[in-house]
Design a protein around this ligand. Structure first.
Ligand code: AMP
Length: 397
């Protein structure tokens, strides 16, 4: 059980608090085109302001690779955050992130004030977890709060290095929610516990499959990765996505599931196409029956029905990876059926970040899920059972 100190365990009145946020928002010509990440950061910031702390926000934005690139400045974020919070967020423009300008801005702060530092990746040491930048960041504050889950699987200065030089390091509300669901609910689930895995490749989900097979009652497999399993069982997969090198691994996982008494569900039918295109000819064929020249691009209707059925009686469901090429409308039905089933079940529903989160939101079921992770890579590593450096660095309760 992960039991980390959170912002609710501290009162920061009069203290300088450095908050690592995830303000890695899409920008076009200096305009923020999706502000979800800013909105998501507000509860933690408001709590710390209400305490009467001096709030110093920091984040990375894109990949400036250690250069002060003006197009990746966080300046537009300060403007929008000020509007969202209804109070000034002073932008500490500083190519060195923690240089004279940033220090002066922090020195001038009153209780309840907010300052935003420049893009942490303007400094080359950031992604190398370098000591000097970690110390620079720590020199600004008394308390550190990590609320950036998207980078929790990386050890960088602004989420891990800095904690070495600050006595109090806690998690914010966003991080706490990710720990509660992806960490604790997955490790201590209400049963039946069903995991649904999809997406392109078996090879990128090996550790997830292995870790979840030790925990779940039912493992459902869909998407491109299902054809490697089908091939391993002697099926014909035509031109479908196939990782020949992983057929043995797939066989082993099928055996492991049997040994553990885990129900492993594979597609019983597939929507196949004669081209990787939304305009291709389409037909539905049974398991292991994909004709030469055709490729599976979605689970079939019978499969979707059976997967939806399995979700109905579950108490916990974790989903990572779409059931087909949902980006093309003709191959989105399987993913949509599963998303709908999750929106209707009483189970705790946890959606891994990245493509699954995008699919659920795009299909309009986002607000019906218990938790949608904000981190693609980080959520996958959580599901692999790994310790995330950004989580580990926070103080235990
Ligand atoms: P991942 O990042 O591994 O979760 O993979 C997500 C991607 O897998 C999405 O872009 C889907 O379009 C793709 N995908 C899902 N099913 C298939 C399939 N049957 N064939 C090819 N690509 C697929």
């Amino acid at each position: 059980m992960l039991n980390k100190k959170s912002v609710d365990d501290i009162n920061v009145k009069g203290q300088k608090v450095l908050v690592r946020c995830d303000f890695n928002v899409p920008l076009i010509d200096g305009k923020i085109t999706d502000e979800n990440r800013l909105v998501a950061a507000l509860p933690t910031i408001k709590k710390l302001v209400a305490d009467g702390g001096k709030i110093i926000l920091c984040s990375h934005l894109g990949k400036p690779k250690g250069q002060p690139l003006p197009e990746l400045s966080l300046a537009p974020v300060a403007v929008r955050l000020s509007e969202l919070l209804g109070q000034e967020v002073k932008f500490a423009a500083d190519d060195n992130v923690v240089g004279p300008n940033a220090k002066a801005a922090v020195d001038a702060m009153q209780d309840g004030d907010i300052v935003l530092l420049e893009n942490t990746r303007y400094r080359a040491e950031e992604t190398k977890n370098g000591e000097e930048f970690s110390k620079d960041l720590a020199s600004l504050c008394d308390v550190f709060v990590n609320d950036a889950f998207g980078t929790a699987h990386r050890a960088h200065c602004s989420n891990v290095g800095v904690t070495k030089y600050v006595d109090t390091a806690v998690v914010g509300y966003l991080m706490q929610k990710e720990i509660d669901f992806l960490g604790n609910a997955v490790n201590n689930p209400k049963r039946p516990f069903v995991a649904i895995l999809g997406g392109a490749k078996v090879s990128s989900k090996i550790s997830v499959i292995e870790n979840l097979l030790d925990k779940v009652d039912t493992l459902i497999i869909g998407g491109g990765m299902s054809y490697t399993f089908s091939k391993a069982q002697g099926g014909k997969v035509g031109n479908s996505l196939l990782e020949e090198d992983y057929c043995d691994y797939a066989s082993k996982m099928l055996d492991k599931a049997k040994e553990k008494g885990v129900k492993l569900l594979l597609p019983i039918d597939n929507v196949v196409a004669d081209d990787f295109s939304n305009d291709a000819h389409i037909q539905v064929v049974g398991r292991g029956d994909i004709p030469d020249g055709w490729q599976g691009l979605d689970i079939g209707p019978e499969t979707a029905k059976s997967y939806a059925e399995a979700v109905k009686t579950a108490k916990t469901v974790v989903w990572n990876g779409p059931m087909g090429c949902f980006e093309m409308p003709n191959f989105a039905a399987g993913t949509e059926e599963v998303a709908k089933a999750l929106s209707e079940t009483d189970a705790v529903t946890i959606i891994g970040g990245g493509d699954s989160a995008a699919a659920v939101n795009q299909l309009g079921y986002g607000d019906k899920m218990t938790h949608i992770s904000t981190g693609g890579g980080a959520s996958l590593e959580f599901l692999e059972g790994k310790e995330l450096p950004g989580v580990a660095a926070a103080n235990d309760k």
